[in-house]
Structure formats: structure tokens, C-alpha cells
Design a protein around this ligand. Structure first.
Ligand code: AMP
Ligand code: TRP
Length: 352
């Protein structure tokens, strides 16, 4: 018997999001994604919140096993340190819940290779041109199936928990559109069993690199001074912000195109501003300040905004009493139960 997806959809929202374990999160990850995960814990008391450290996705870029193990623990410690509460939210390693891989296989049987080949991430990761196709020689020789089908696994992450809302940065919108496409394809073939998720885009700007303010702050940039890690000490924060690239124009104005360095600092200040002023408001308020004075205000604001995170993070990693492992297993157990409900429906629908 087929039930309509709408009758299966829980009326409270189900929120799902994921982060790759690829190093300690930086200020961009924090304000662009993670801070919102914490915020939802209070803002949406009735929503089911599920957050995953996506280690299956991480091996699309091959890495030494010991490094992956360390990055996973660091990511878990970072999420707890910023305030994710394992009782309130389900927090788990993706590879601990095999339903994610199982649903991925099933989705891949109705997913279009043509659609996947038009997506941008595999081309960016292989430094190929935007108009490259899988038939091009260089692409065909370097592209692995896992990197190509990365979006199918991401769709499975979301759909296996019947997520209704997915908070992600702008760069992930294409993957969310593809997840909805997977729902359409599956439901067309097998009946209306999967729920189509909506994207929630955080209201904040992208945080730009401190050393090259025309590109976004990223984990992979060579210059360590280009990013502030959420575990940086006040000294490190001060030093990185004081050496941020600005310009030699006097006074403070908010002109992202012509003064990207100053604009980035104003954006960061606005993110942590108690009065919730916009970057343009702040530029007016501090019009006659020097870049040095602006940098010192930004340092103070960031130090205050990240206060306590570093200490909690170090304690979680240094006290090796099995706490992180217990939190991970507790979350995995909850995630397995959540995924099993969907897999029962899906398996029956497919004919297993
Ligand atoms: P990534 O580090 O690229 O795996 O990104 C993890 C999450 O952080 C995604 O939702 C991104 O959109 C978000 N994010 C990454 N870098 C930035 C940035 N510089 N500014 C704002 N959000 C970011
Ligand atoms: N691809 C996402 C990123 O790189 C991480 C991710 C994996 C994710 N699965 C997800 C995000 C499901 C949201 C929902 O940031």
C-alpha cells in the first residue's frame, strides 16, 4: 500500500546538515554554517535536528587513515565546543550509519549521469574548466566514481532522515537541487515515499580571506594567516587581523568592490555586533577611524564572539576518557533508528 509523502512528513521540521572532517573549522564555517546549527537548538524547540560529520564524503579526496581519524575527532570536539548538545541534536559520524550508503546505491539507480556531469564540484576539485565533460580525456583519466557521485551520497544523507530543511552555504545550493531531483526520480519510479527538502541559506555574508579579501576564507588556502580558526587564541586572532590586507585610503567606507579588505573587516564586525548594525551602518559610525583602529575593534569582537570555544575544544581532545567515542556512538544509535524508518519504506517500495 502506498501512502502519500505528505502523510508521512512529520509536522515538526526535520533539519539535517553535514560537515566534512577536513580540519578545524574556521570563522567562515562558523558564521556561514555551524553557528546556525547551534542557534536552531533554541530557536526551534520542536524541530528534530540531525548533524553529521561526513567521513564517507571525506575520502573522495584520498587521505591517510590516521589523519582522517584525527580530523573526525577534531570535528566532533569542535561541534561540541561551539555548543551542539548531543541530547538536543543527533550528532554522528556518517560511516557509522550504513543506511546512508545503502540509500545512495538505490538513489544512484534512478539518478541521471547527464545531470551529475553538469554539476560543478567534481570539475573544481580536479581543477578542470567549467565546461569540461566526462568524455574529455583529462577528466576521464582522473575522475573517480566516488567524486562524481558525491551529490548522490549527499542526497541520501538528507533523504534517509526525511529532512524537510537543510541549512547550508550558497555553494551547496546545486547539491540541494540535485537532492530534490533524486526525490522526483525515486518517487516517480516507486511511489511518493521520499520527502523533498528545502534549503535554508544563512542570512550572513561570506567571510573572505584575510590575506586575499577577493576570495573566500577557506581551509585549503596555503596562507595560515588567511583564516581564523575557531580554536585560535586571542593572541593569534589579534596577530592575524592586524596583518589583514587592507588599503591605503584614509577613513572607513563600506565599498566591497573597491575596498574588499575593509569591507570584509566591517562584515566580520557586523556579524558579532551587539546592536546588530549592518556593515554599512558600522562604516558610517566609524567613518573617521583608521584601519588600525578598525582592526583592533574587529579583534576584540572576534575574541569575544569565540570566547570559551578554544578551552572547551582543548579539554574535549586532551581528556582522553572515551567521552567523544561515547557521544559518537550515542548519536549513531539515534541516527540508525531515524534512518531505519525510511529504509523500511524504501526497501518495501523497491521490492527487497
Ligand atoms: P567547507 O569548509 O567548504 O566544507 O564548508 C562547510 C560549510 O561552511 C558550508 O556550508 C559552507 O558554505 C560554509 N563556508 C565555508 N567557507 C565559508 C566562508 N568563507 N564564508 C561563509 N561560509 C563558509
Ligand atoms: N557537501 C557538504 C559540504 O561540503 C557536506 C554535506 C554532506 C552536507 N552531506 C550533506 C551538507 C547533507 C548538507 C546536507 O559542505
Amino acid at each position: 500500500m502506498q501512502r502519500a509523502a505528505s502523510t508521512l512528513r512529520q509536522s515538526p521540521r526535520v533539519v539535517f546538515s553535514g560537515i566534512q572532517p577536513t580540519g578545524i573549522p574556521h570563522l567562515g564555517n562558523y558564521v556561514g554554517a555551524l553557528r546556525q546549527w547551534v542557534h536552531l537548538q533554541d530557536a526551534e524547540p520542536n524541530s528534530k535536528l540531525i548533524y553529521s560529520i561526513v567521513d564517507l564524503h571525506a575520502i573522495t579526496t584520498p587521505q591517510p587513515p590516521e589523519q582522517l581519524r584525527r580530523y573526525k575527532r577534531e570535528a566532533l570536539a569542535a561541534l561540541l565546543a561551539i555548543g551542539i548538545d548531543p541530547e538536543r541534536s543527533t550528532i554522528f559520524y556518517q560511516s557509522a550509519v550504513s543506511a546512508h550508503s545503502e540509500l545512495m546505491w538505490i538513489l544512484s539507480c534512478t539518478a541521471s549521469v547527464g545531470y551529475l556531469s553538469r554539476m560543478t564540484q567534481w570539475k573544481t576539485k580536479l581543477s578542470l574548466k567549467a565546461d569540461s565533460s566526462i568524455e574529455d580525456k583529462t577528466a576521464a583519466s582522473r575522475l573517480k566514481l566516488g567524486l562524481f557521485s558525491y551529490p548522490v551520497l549527499q542526497a541520501a544523507d538528507i533523504l534517509v532522515h526525511r529532512a524537510t530543511h537543510v541549512p547550508v552555504g550558497h555553494d551547496q545550493q546545486q547539491h540541494l537541487e540535485f537532492a530534490r531531483e533524486c526525490v522526483t526520480n525515486f518517487n516517480y519510479a516507486y511511489g511518493p515515499h521520499l520527502v523533498s527538502p528545502q534549503t535554508i541559506i544563512p542570512p550572513v555574508h561570506r567571510v573572505m580571506s584575510l590575506t586575499d579579501p577577493t576570495s573566500k576564507m577557506s581551509k585549503s588556502a596555503k596562507a595560515e594567516k588567511s583564516r581564523i580558526l575557531i580554536t585560535d587564541s586571542p593572541m593569534e586572532i589579534k596577530s592575524k587581523i592586524s596583518s589583514a590586507l587592507t588599503d591605503s585610503i584614509s577613513g572607513i567606507t563600506y565599498e566591497p568592490a573597491s575596498r574588499p579588505g575593509i569591507a570584509n573587516l566591517l562584515d566580520i564586525l557586523s556579524i558579532f555586533d551587539h546592536q546588530q548594525r549592518t556593515a554599512a551602518d558600522l562604516a558610517t559610525a566609524y567613518a573617521t577611524s583608521s584601519p588600525k583602529q578598525l582592526k583592533s575593534m574587529v579583534s576584540e569582537a572576534v575574541i569575544e564572539g569565540l570566547q570559551g570555544i578554544r578551552e572547551r575544544y582543548r579539554e574535549l581532545l586532551d581528556v582522553n576518557d572515551g567521552h567523544l567515542d561515547r557521544v559518537a556512538e550515542y548519536g549513531a544509535e539515534k541516527a540508525r533508528r531515524s534512518a531505519a524508518e525510511t529504509m523500511d519504506l524504501v526497501r518495501t517500495a523497491v521490492g527487497f
